[in-house]
Ligand binder design. Structure first.
Ligand code: UT7
Length: 319
């Protein structure tokens, strides 16, 4: 039987740091409000010259080095992003060229903050079918480009970054189970309701959100999808060594752990250092906790995404 295993991770945050105090100098907000409502202390902002593919390349190089494999060994690339370089071609194709890889399948996934979890589940299925053997899966975002910097209700929440994993065929699991969901009737609670038509922006190019509706929905579905994924393996929340939900907001992370009955010490939190980086947040947090030694071989990790669409999903991963 073919399984897929994570054999390397990497992440990248652009060097420019914007603290809560920096934001308080340009809009009516405060470090205290942002920290107590969200747990965020700072975010990283890409330079104008840096596109999602540039962040993705840096994270990918780190993941390739960690996995000790050459770019040429990759036979599948999936990039999860809501802030692609272009309308087309895909950020995955642009990144593929920047990495000097030719010929392998490459495409983007658009599932907003659930994008990485969607991409991981798809890559797992393609590897388990025998069609591919070594996948590069990346979440990369430049949300700073789609924020209305005059809207304090959203501008303080997001940041830029990228995270990557190498997923390889193996005789033992790896990705133990995954579940993916969406409910398009919630389109309006989190969206960038714009497009380009006839050379002009039609609608709005900025992120809009009903924060409280998102909060309630996120905690409900993160609890449900974790239990669903564990049930597929005959396991319970007590079997989870580390919980890595989408790094949206510390209060959402803590409420999810509480609902699942998982001790807060098993929660991986990086949202404080980079804000909500959408599809990049789960692989970023995973990479941090692997590199600092908390996640060890044999540990069971619950990765969870939730975001615009609404979309949500989870993967239970044995390292
Ligand atoms: O990937 C998913 C992405 N989305 C999320 O993770 C968002 C989930 N939602 C949340 O995290 C919370 O709803 C927020 C952090 C966005 C907001 O927290 P809240 O406790 O729901 O606050 P609120 O929207 O009810 O606003 C409370 C007050 C309002 O003032 P009034 O009407 O009570 O006078 C807001 O105008 O806080 C005000 N406010 C701010 N004050 C200072 C809103 N944003 C700010 C701000 N600084 N940045």
């Amino acid at each position: 039987m073919i399984w897929s295993r994570i054999v390397g991770t990497g992440s990248y945050l652009p060097p420019k740091v914007v603290t809560n105090d920096d934001l308080a100098r340009q809009m009516d907000t405060s470090d205290e409000w942002i920290r107590t409502r969200t747990g965020i202390r700072q975010r990283h902002i890409a330079e104008p010259s840096q596109a999602s593919s540039d962040l993705a390349v840096e994270a990918s190089r780190a993941a390739l080095a960690a996995a000790r494999i050459l770019p040429q060994e990759i036979d599948l690339i999936i990039v999860a992003t809501s802030t692609p370089d272009y309308i087309f071609p895909s950020t995955a194709c642009i990144m593929q060229a920047k990495l000097g890889i030719k010929g392998c399948a490459a495409f983007d996934i658009q599932a907003v903050c659930s994008g990485f979890v969607y991409a991981l589940a798809i890559a797992d299925k393609l590897i388990r079918s025998g069609q591919h053997r070594c996948a590069l899966i990346v979440g990369a975002e430049v949300y700073s480009r789609i924020l209305d910097w005059k809207d304090r209700g959203t501008a303080v929440l997001f940041g830029d970054g990228a995270g990557a994993v190498i997923l390889r065929a193996d005789s033992k699991p790896g990705i133990m189970a995954s579940a993916l969901h969406a409910d398009g009737s919630y389109v309006d609670i989190l969206s960038v309701p714009g497009n380009v038509c006839g050379g002009k922006i039609v609608g709005s190019p900025f992120l809009r959100m009903d924060g409280q509706a998102v909060f309630k929905f996120a905690v409900k579905v993160l609890d449900e999808v974790a239990r669903e994924t564990l049930a597929m393996c005959g396991l319970t929340p007590a079997d989870v060594d580390w919980l890595i939900p989408h790094q949206a907001n510390l209060r959402i992370l803590e409420a999810t752990a509480r609902k699942l009955g998982i001790d807060p010490s098993k929660l991986i939190v990086t949202v404080d250092r980079h804000g909500n980086t959408s599809a990049a947040s789960v692989p970023l947090a995973l990479d941090v906790a692997i590199r600092d030694g908390r996640i060890k071989p044999g540990h069971k990790i619950m990765l969870q995404g939730v975001g615009g669409g609404f979309t949500w999903g989870a993967s239970l991963v044995e390292m």
